[in-house]
Design a protein around this ligand. Structure first.
Ligand code: PLP
Length: 513
């Protein structure tokens, strides 16, 4: 039985009392001084030095530790249990990558240090570029983008630069995107100035080739697609799709956010893609959620390298250096060099698994997901729209259950929280009604998988025996049912705390509330 902790936890500022000390903020730690070789406070221009300290909470170290530990107990995490959130690849992240990324020699270096003092990290980035290029079948990577969506945006900028170099940008304003796509695809394309043309899925849940042939033409800038798609189905016509877009003069963008299905098995470069991004914070074992940090490196085929952001990491046979010699670079897409900690974790992950280990990730992820799918179909009334074989994830429909009992996919997802699991993704992709999108990554044991199956069976039974319990779930969590609309509406969220002592409004209150 699962009961989440519930604390009446005040803000640290409310625990604050003048003179309590947890950490001395006035002096750099010995380790900082040792790494930098001098006292960094001496580098701050006198005019910029504050008079006294900012109004931070004054609390002891144990108070801080307990505060955050309590908050963490009111949350769910990949380190607590299975997290079958389809499209997000919430897999367990090995602690060895954490330990390596937190090495002070890596953590404390500064992006503006002289190249001669950062040869180690530059060689790591250079090798990671080579690893990821090999894994994706691309020629070269930019490690700068800090999210999948940021990678897509860069990919769209590269398409712009490519068509501009051919004098065709004026005509080529259309980005073709399947109706099963992740929401960031059309958003990124629109941000880069393209008009989105949606291509429908066919009865198999894959891109309708005839429909694609109709929309591909002289106005096509490119196509953005993920394969396997968000239904977990591999686009078996991907080579024809690629030919269709290339024949029309467009480029193919591979959304590799969910690479878990094909890692080490199939390469986007071999499928005909020209530009690819990976989500290192999904497939390559960086914890994610809550907006970051992430990394969405972008790889391109040889003739598109000239458009990559600067700097790349170069090697002249003796030393590594920041390479600004990219003739038609689209410029920088992030400050400095990206989220280095995430890149280090991915590097450690790739080295620790090796080529066979990476392949085993995909094989096990696909096997785990199909095991869960087969059991659910055998033992529940959830339906599986589209008949093709699934890869790393699948999308069930709770439509029939909903029609019969009035219980919706959302209610079932909420009820699963009561049993110490995270909910599957719900209502995405939008082409499936009452969608429940499940991903069972390779890191889950048979026991965990069975627990997930049991949750579907139990929820299915409850839709008949006690639908009200489902509709009012969750009951065992620190926070009950929230208002979904308000929760995702920026104007009603309190994202910042106003210090009442500094003339701010009352903590936690919104203007107009
Ligand atoms: C997660 C995801 C993205 C976006 O990645 P972010 O890092 O969240 O920006 C894009 N496409 C697919 C298919 C995804 O699952």
């Amino acid at each position: 039985m699962f009961h989440q902790a519930k604390w009446e936890e005040p803000l640290l500022l409310e625990r604050s009392a003048a003179g309590k000390k947890g950490h001395n903020t006035t002096r750099p730690s010995d380790i900082e001084r040792k790494v930098i070789g001098r006292d960094p406070w001496n580098d701050v221009p006198k005019a910029l030095l504050r008079n006294g300290l900012p109004p931070l909470p004054e609390v002891s170290e144990p108070e801080v530790v307990r505060h955050y530990t309590r908050l963490s107990q009111e949350n769910f995490a990949v380190d607590l249990g299975i997290y079958p959130l389809g499209s997000c690849t919430m897999k367990y992240n090995p602690k060895v990558s954490e330990a390596i990324a937190q090495n002070p020699k890596l953590e404390k270096i500064h992006p503006e240090q002289d190249e001669s003092t950062v040869q180690g990290i530059l060689s790591l980035l250079h090798r990671l570029d080579e690893f990821l290029a090999e894994i994706t079948g691309m020629s070269r990577m930019s490690l700068q983008p800090v999210a999948g969506a940021a990678g897509e945006y860069l990919g769209a900028l590269i398409m712009r630069a490519y068509h501009k170099s051919k004098g065709e940008l004026e005509e080529r304003r259309e980005m073709i995107i399947p109706d099963s796509a992740h929401g960031t695809n059309p958003a990124s394309a629109a941000m880069a100035g393209f008009n989105v043309v949606v291509v429908p899925s066919n009865s198999e849940g894959t891109v309708d080739l005839e429909a694609l042939r109709k929309v591909a033409g002289p106005r096509t800038a490119g196509l953005m697609i993920t394969n396997p798609n968000t239904l977990g189905i591999f686009e078996k016509n991907v080579l024809q799709i690629a030919d269709t877009v290339h024949d029309a003069g467009g480029l193919l963008y591979y959304d590799g956010a969910n690479f878990n299905a094909i890692l080490g098995k199939v390469r986007p470069g071999d499928m005909g893609f020209d530009i690819v991004h990976l989500n290192l914070h999904k497939t390559f074992a960086t914890p994610h959620g809550g907006g970051g940090p992430g990394a969405g490196p972008v790889g391109v085929r040889k003739d598109l390298e000239q458009f990559l952001p600067v700097p790349l990491v170069g090697f002249d046979g003796k030393k590594y250096f920041f390479d600004y010699d990219v003739p038609h670079s689209v410029g920088k897409v992030t400050a400095f060099h990206g989220n280095i900690g995430v890149l280090v974790r991915a590097y450690a992950y790739i080295l620790s698994l090796g080529p066979d280990g990476l392949k085993a990730v995909a094989e096990t992820a696909v096997l785990n997901t199909n095991y869960v799918l087969a059991k659910i179909l055998e033992r529940t009334k959830f339906e599986l729209p589209f008949s093709r074989r699934r890869k790393h994830e699948f999308v069930l429909s709770a439509k029939k259950i909903s029609e019969q009992t009035g219980v919706r996919a959302l209610d079932i997802g909420k009820r699963m929280l009561d049993w110490g699991l995270h909910s599957p993704t719900v209502y995405f992709p939008q082409i499936v009604e009452e969608a429940m999108m499940v991903e069972a990554p390779e890191t889950e044991s048979l026991r965990d998988l069975d627990e997930l199956v049991e949750a579907f069976i139990r929820a299915g039974k409850e839709t008949e025996s006690d639908p009200d319990r489902l509709r009012s779930a969750p009951h065992n969590t620190s926070v009950g049912r929230i208002n979904e609309v308000k929760a995702s509406h920026p104007k009603t969220l309190t994202l910042k705390w106003n210090n009442p002592n500094a003339g701010g409004k009352t903590p936690g209150k919104n203007p107009g509330d």
